[in-house]
Design a protein around this ligand. Structure first.
Ligand SMILES: [Zn+2]
Length: 242
């Protein structure tokens, strides 16, 4: 047995349906804000740059450790060379040791030159690493600022949409309050299928599915009492007769 309702009450369903469409549109807008895509890519970018910063920092640490090690080696070679030179200068060495020490001084000088070249290369690598670190820091700051701006715009948009949703839901509640429960239940049941649940009958056309009802369906509708709830034979919407 389909519900019956005062035609004025039935007419209020058009406002409810209008609100439900506005709610769907607002929910869709909330889910498809362009900021959400920007935030997703921005978050990935910030994560990537943070990882790159960690790697660059590690590289700088490795280079500094290598440079300290090299400096110690250079100091040791210099000390050894100085000791040999001092002994030579003192003139206390045996003739046999003298030759060995002269050989050693030459080889130590070669070793020192090699180590100093390595130290120079390390310094250049360190300068490059500093430059990459500076680039990463700058890019990271820019990416974070962009991300924060997008998050702020999203929050503003969410607040606007949520305010609108609260407002229309309050309006909806005041429209539905006092309607006969079976009528509301029928409306909700149709809406749960994802359809427009109430629409005007405009001549022979249902404004929900925009189809023209056939002659016999129209005859049934016009024969029904004003309190009878009639429905579109095409889409099932509750039809509001003018
Ligand atoms: Zn229809």
């Amino acid at each position: 047995m389909p519900p019956k309702a005062d035609p004025f009450v039935q007419r209020r369903l058009l406002d409810v349906a209008r609100i439900d469409q506005a709610v769907s549109a607002a929910e869709h807008r909330r889910k498809s804000l362009p900021e959400l895509g920007l935030i997703a890519t921005g978050t990935t970018r910030v994560d990537e740059l943070r990882n790159a910063a960690v790697l660059a920092q590690t590289e700088i640490g490795d280079l500094d450790r290598a440079a300290r090690k090299l400096d110690n080696e250079i100091d040791a070679v210099r000390a050894r060379s100085k000791r040999d030179s001092d002994r030579l200068a003192a003139g206390t060495a045996q003739a046999k040791d003298l030759e060995n020490m002269q050989h050693e001084i030459v080889s130590l000088a070669r070793r020192q030159a090699t180590l100093e070249d390595e130290a120079l290369e390390l310094m250049e690598s360190r300068e490059q690493a500093d430059a990459s670190m500076a680039t990463i820091d700058r890019d990271l700051a820019a990416a974070k600022a962009e991300l924060e701006a997008a998050e702020q715009r999203r929050d503003v948009a969410f607040t606007d949409i949520d305010d609108e949703l609260r407002r229309v839901m309050a309006e909806r509640k005041s429209l539905v309050d006092g309607m006969p429960a079976p009528l509301v239940a029928l409306y909700e049941q149709i809406r749960a299928r994802g359809r427009v649940a109430a629409a005007a009958l405009n001549g022979s056309r249902c404004e929900a599915c925009r189809m023209d009802l056939d002659r016999s369906a129209l005859a049934d509708i016009w024969a029904a009492g004003v309190e009878d709830v009639v429905r579109c034979t095409e889409c099932g919407a509750i039809l509001i007769r003018s």
